[in-house]
Design a protein. Sequence first.
Length: 459
Amino acid sequence: MIPSAAPATRRTFLQQAVLASAAIGFPAVLRAARPNSRLQLAVVGMSGRGYADMHSLASHPSVQYTGFCDIDEAHFAKADADHPGVPHFADFRVMLEKLGDTVDAVVVATPDHMHALASIEAMKRGKHVYCQKPLAHTVWECRQMQLWAKKKNVVTQMGNQIHSAVEYRLATRLIREGVIGKVKEVHAWLPFAGNERTRLLEPPAPSPVPKGVNWDLWIGGAALRPFSPAYHPFAWRDWQDFGGGALGDFGAHIFDPVFTALGLRAPLSVTADNSGINRHIWPTFETVRYIFPGNELTVGKTLALTWTDGGLRPDRKFAKLPPELDLPKSGSLFVGEKGNMVLPHVGGPRLYPQENFAGFTYPKDIKGLNHWHSWIDAILAGGRTTDGFDYAGPLSEAVQLGNVATRVARPPLPKRGSNVVKESPALQWDAANCRITNHPEAQALLTKSYRPGWEVPAA
């Protein structure tokens, strides 16, 4: 029971409800006990994935919104049409302070460079967090996200929603059950890269700040610069100060079934080659090679995972794929002892060569889960998710380590489609101490400088 001498905040009420449910088996939140007993959410970032996440979470019967935050006033319109009367904020720090215990959990869907600060400010206050992929902008920030979630004992989820889709869940089961035997190596690829979308190599010309946009808040912890539509509202992913390029955008999706199926955590080393890179923008195409420790699901003491983008694809000859098979535009290829599995991005797994799997029947009992509802249900039950920061953190660290390797790679690949392997440095990764042991320049890129007042706090 809540002591009569202390006022019952929403936080203490929900905690007491969860404890009561564990003891007597009733629903975690006793909605009949008080009129506002629904789980109350705030959203930071109201367009794109932010609106999509807000809309998907709203279908859970226990969700109610108490705050919407965005630096662009135009981004509130769709959310307001669905949920009129929810207060607006431009600064998530102001929102968290003002709303206090009327917020139980926070959804973060800002550009990547602000994920960590928004999420950690929420976790510091004991709020549960759903954060969009790739979780954070640097390796160090990914590590702090894990540490803060553990320190504050909050329920977390990364927004790589395909983690819960039936296609990826089926693929991970097939791998774990040894359908293709132990895995020799894995390839992952994406058809585009970063600056093919912006086609700019240097900072763009300044433009007037649109009405209703708080540009200072959008910049946040990055170095201040003039507004340009080349940054906001969409193409920020292509710029190193704000996003992670193609790997940062899709690595958390495409690597996810690889990590889940094979139980991967941290690589031993990372090497990269690319089309050429400057301080501002990500390369047009790249190859990133990871070496992971082997385990009972893999062949040998190590496992190679290779990422390519911008039109580069794995060599199909070594995998003995049929010549008539066109590899999907994006996805992954697991090379096993008994055969191979091709897993399209957002598609069902396919087994090759077909004669090796004649008569094989795919399991019918695999079901997809609602990625957003799983987070809410875990909060209400006092449980955890399979895509919490304890899992998503190491996955995102690996993604950002690939970007570190890309930034120090030399020399560039001579042309698109080249298979020539250049002598770029193999970065040796000491995961326990969060450091690169053999390359001081790369070590410095594990983190970044912050504009005063926007520093990400260490746990």
